[in-house]
Design a protein around this ligand. Structure first.
Ligand code: SF4
Length: 468
């Protein structure tokens, strides 16, 4: 409904707890913001792996009866928003197969850039695919491996995939976590008593009362079994490319990702933005919820008061049907309402985390002005988004990204703000600079750290030819 990059997926895994399925259900609740299209849990009891998947949010997908059918002491779970593959139940994860190495289930956060090439090879070699998801490729590679052990077969299959992956896998007696060598997506390791947990964000550990131990390292495979935790690092080190957008927008502010509090980074983005792009104004107003942390930082650094001049309705379900009648800006109004007593007669600095197509920003600026604001100065806590993502984030095509075809002044004119400014790339790098490692910033630069899928390669070659 809103003009945003769409979250990718959330993964959760637990080993060594009698209520593994119930805790996975709770963990997925905390990760719901990372995907709302489908949810699934696979559980194992030492003998057998069972899976349950359904369309919708976690609370819709599971009830007590469904959870009662998932006995076992180890489990994995997934909340999905489709970045590759259609939004259908057959594409809902975890996927479960039975092969020569035994049963294995997988849940994936990220996107493989060589999935199409691998899939073509596998199909030529006789594989029959059940889904249109890139994740299924991993299972086919595993099933075809002639390696003598489960661990070796896993290493062999994972070494063939490229791109972004934070994976959790489940066999009848093992929980396995793997993170790509660039570390695009977060993956945390935690403990609850004697149980081990892996999850996309630390907010899932908080919900179940677990403690954060460390991140699964880029390029690391963790095999958790009755024998303990075994760390395998089979890949040569690669330059780190943590997704900076996790800090800008995706992750919850109460999580720690890539070694730093998301709330702290996001507030810093606002502080730096205030120094880079001040405006003569009376009040700072966030576009909730995504602009709140940056607005707090902007207000703090500028000395202006921050007020909630827009109120968000949190109760719009996935199934909300937009009525046909022509109410102006209906799609925004159903989610946001202006507070006239805060906005009337004021010069407003409106803070948001990004502009994708520009259509929603335009409606919000109009709404704030219609509520009586004298001036609206739009400030964005990241640089202009000019390129699509191939590493697990759903983005519109390049041509639909307003900043790829319009200057900042043209965008200002389109959204009808009195002024518009974005955070600089240096400002963004400065805010995340204290975290561990280096960042992917491709959606702001168009420079990609890992080779892109073949469709994009064709596009880039065409673009090069045109430039030549
Ligand atoms: S392109 Fe953007 S959204 Fe995608 S991984 Fe890089 S920083 Fe994240």
């Amino acid at each position: 409904m809103f003009d945003k990059f769409r979250e990718e997926c959330g993964v959760f895994g637990i080993f060594g707890h009698p209520e593994a399925a119930n805790l996975t259900y709770l963990g997925l609740f905390a990760l719901q913001h990372r995907g709302q299209e489908s949810a699934g849990i696979a559980v194992a009891d030492g003998e057998r792996v069972r899976v349950s998947r359904a369309m919708g949010q976690v609370a819709e997908a599971f009830d007590e009866t469904a959870l009662a059918k998932l006995p076992g002491h180890l489990a994995i779970g997934h909340t999905r928003y489709s970045t590759a593959g259609e939004s259908t139940l057959e594409n809902a994860q975890p996927f479960l197969i039975d092969c020569a190495h035994g049963q294995i289930a997988v849940a994936h956060n990220g996107n493989l850039v060589n999935a199409e090439d691998l899939r073509d090879e596998l199909v030529r070699a006789g594989s029959i695919f059940q889904t249109s998801s890139d994740t299924e490729v991993i299972l086919h590679l595993y099933a075809r491996s002639r390696a003598p052990s489960v661990d070796e077969a896993l290493v062999e299959s994972i070494s063939q995939i490229r791109g972004a992956y934070s994976l959790v896998l489940l066999t009848k007696n093992r929980l396995i976590a793997a993170r790509d060598p660039h570390g695009f997506r977060p993956l945390a390791l935690g403990r609850l008593g004697e149980s081990w947990i892996v999850c996309s964000e630390t907010c899932a550990l908080d919900l179940i009362g677990a403690t954060y131990e460390r991140d699964v390292e880029p390029g690391e495979i963790l095999v958790i079994s009755d024998g303990g935790v075994r760390s395998i690092k089979p890949f040569p080190p690669q330059p780190l490319a943590h997704c900076v957008f996790e800090h800008v927008y995706f992750s919850r502010p109460d999580s720690y990702v890539f070694g730093r509090s998301v709330n702290e980074v996001r507030t810093d983005l606002g502080r730096i933005l205030a120094r880079e792009a001040p405006a003569p104004a009376d009040v700072v107003v966030p576009i909730p919820d995504s602009g709140v942390c940056a607005a707090i930082g902007y207000a703090e650094a500028s000395g202006l008061p921050m007020k909630m001049g827009l109120i968000r309705n949190h109760y719009i379900g996935r199934t909300f049907i937009q009525p046909q009648q022509s109410i102006r800006h209906f799609s925004v109004k159903v989610k946001l309402n202006p507070v006239r007593s805060i906005l009337e007669g004021q010069r407003v600095i409106l803070i948001d985390d990004s502009i994708v197509r520009g259509t929603t920003s335009r409606k919000i600026v109009k709404m704030v002005k219609a509520a009586g604001a004298r001036e609206v100065h739009l400030r964005i806590s990241c640089p202009p988004t000019v390129s699509p993502c191939f590493y697990g984030v759903d983005t519109p095509s390049r041509g639909e990204l307003i900043a790829s075809t319009h200057s900042i002044e043209q965008i200002r004119g389109f959204v009808e703000a009195d002024s518009l400014a974005y955070l600089s790339l240096e400002g963004l790098r400065g805010a995340v600079g204290q975290t561990q490692g280096s960042y992917c910033t491709s959606c702001y630069t168009g420079v990609y750290p890992v080779s892109v899928p073949r469709d994009e390669r064709a596009y880039q070659q065409l673009a090069l030819k045109v430039v030549e």
